[in-house]
Design a protein around this ligand. Structure first.
Ligand SMILES: CC(C)(COP(=O)(O)OP(=O)(O)OC[C@H]1O[C@@H](n2cnc3c(N)ncnc32)[C@H](O)[C@@H]1OP(=O)(O)O)[C@@H](O)C(=O)NCCC(=O)NCCS
Length: 434
């Protein structure tokens, strides 16, 4: 549920999607805004009828350090988990979406391509590819039953979707098996009819049936209660196109040619031994990645199997690079990004924005700044228009210097049925959800 279709210009340009024209320069600003919004919600009774009924951190408990940092509700015996699906309005029925089937994958693709996340001005809409969906939904140990659709009984038209995939996520010292819930989508014509809570309850039920009691998810909106709120940053690779499609704007004292020059990158990478990751790199990458992720409060607990699935390059889906020492042949550094294009809505000349999203990056020898500059260079070679990164992990150490500009929306991270005592800083988070 990554919502990064919210562009603003890099500092040198005028932000396009911020009505006030203010460039939020610090993530602190985002935190202030969130606090304000939470306070607003507190003032209004039953702002979140559904979420207030769920085992999630509640706004009223914010800052209550006497509460334990634990699951909010204990698991119930499996025999007590509701065995039949939740009721839907009579016209609709549940289906389990077999993503292996090309026909079903196309139906899911079309639902999302036409109805999934848009930016506030409805200029861009995420366009997850079919290959991406297959990758995102079939990690090691995935459950087919967690790929859930709702269709119209009579026409068989798919009108809503939600998914979960299993993941081991460490919260401080505890490794918790969770569902990563994603791709919640209700057809535009069926919005505001309280279908989303039914979708969420149904995926929760199916997760419980596998004896799993926690979940992690992200959203662009604030609901009870974020464990952290992050910001997207955007690095122009093809500034001319980004300006033409309204993703960014020419700065006040900037010309197109100066802007193009500003974002120009070297033709080739500079890190010695920088190359595409291969299958034989999986153990070494797992080793340095696990070591790096151990620094963060919340992070995935990746096995070699997970790394093979999530990080081995797949054309048009995930790109990963390692730096190998010429002397010792050790893998010292690693960087990765995934491919998530957006449809450009209503532009005569351009239909797709090709965006790369920073995934996991680890340095043990090369400075992170240099490694990420190399990531930008390969992304540019691969004809991406923009490189996006959240301010999670150590990303804030390179964003400004590498000419990323802050976006104008936040991405909030949530845990279901697990309480965190204090809101985390984005830099304390080691988790990227797709
Ligand atoms: C997100 C979406 C499924 C919500 O459906 P909807 O028809 O707008 O909302 P409904 O009337 O069915 O349900 C509203 C409830 O769902 C909750 N909800 C809405 N979006 C949510 C989200 N992304 N995650 C979790 N809960 C969400 C609301 O907070 C509300 O519950 P509350 O009263 O406790 O606050 C729909 O707007 C959609 O498909 N949007 C485009 C895709 C998208 O943004 N997906 C989510 C990506 S994070």
């Amino acid at each position: 549920m990554v919502d990064s279709n919210k562009s603003s210009g890099p500092p040198e340009e005028t932000p396009s999607h911020n009505p006030n024209g203010n460039v939020p320069s610090e993530s602190d600003l985002a935190l202030d805004e969130i606090t304000e919004k939470v306070q607003e919600s507190l003032g209004l009774e039953k702002r979140h009828k559904f979420w207030e009924s769920q085992p999630v951190g509640q706004f009223k408990d914010l800052g209550d350090t006497s509460l334990p940092e634990d699951p909010i509700e204990a698991p119930t015996p499996l025999s007590e988990v509701k065995q039949e699906p939740y009721n839907l309005p009579t016209m609709y029925e549940w289906i389990t979406c077999d993503i292996d089937s090309d026909e079903m994958c196309t139906k899911v693709y079309n639902l999302l391509a036409n109805n999934y996340v848009e930016d506030d001005e409805n200029m861009f809409r995420f366009n997850y590819s079919k290959e991406f969906l297959r990758w995102a939904l079939r990690p090691p140990g995935y459950f087919k039953s967690w790929h859930i659709g709702v269709r119209v009984k009579s026409s068989k038209k798919l009108v809503a979707f939600i998914t979960g995939v299993p993941a081991r996520i460490r919260v401080r010292d505890e490794i918790v098996t969770m569902a990563e819930v994603n791709f919640l989508c209700v057809h535009k014509k069926l919005r505001s009819k309280r279908l989303a809570p039914v979708m969420i309850k149904e995926v929760t039920r199916r997760v419980h049936l596998e004896n799993i009691w926690q979940a992690a998810y992200t959203a662009g909106i604030i609901i009870p209660t974020p464990i952290t709120s992050c910001q997207y940053w955007h690095r122009s690779l093809n500034p001319k196109k980004l300006i033409e499609v309204g993703f960014s704007r020419l700065g006040p004292r900037m010309t197109m040619s100066r802007t193009i020059k500003l974002y120009k990158l070297p033709e080739s990478t500079v890190t010695p031994g920088f190359r595409k990751m291969g299958l034989h790199d999986v153990p070494a990458v797992t080793h340095i990645l696990r070591n790096y992720l151990s620094r963060f409060v919340v992070a995935p607990d990746f096995s070699e199997h997970d790394v093979e699935h999530w990080l081995l390059p797949t054309e048009g889906v995930i790109d990963s690079y390692v730096a190998e020492s010429s002397k010792t042949h050790e893998i010292t550094d690693f960087c990765s990004f995934y491919t998530l294009p957006s449809s450009i809505l209503g532009n005569k000349n351009h239909s797709t924005l090709k965006a790369a999203y920073s995934y996991y990056n680890v340095c043990t020898k090369t400075p992170l700044l240099q490694l990420m500059n190399d990531a930008l260079i390969v992304a540019k070679q691969k004809e991406f228009d923009v490189f996006n990164a959240l301010d999670v992990m150590n990303n804030d150490t390179f964003l400004k210097e590498l000419k990323f500009g802050p976006g104008d929306g936040s991405l909030h991270y949530y845990l279901y049925n697990y309480r965190i005592r204090h809101t985390l800083k984005p830099s304390e988070l080691g988790l990227v959800l797709l």
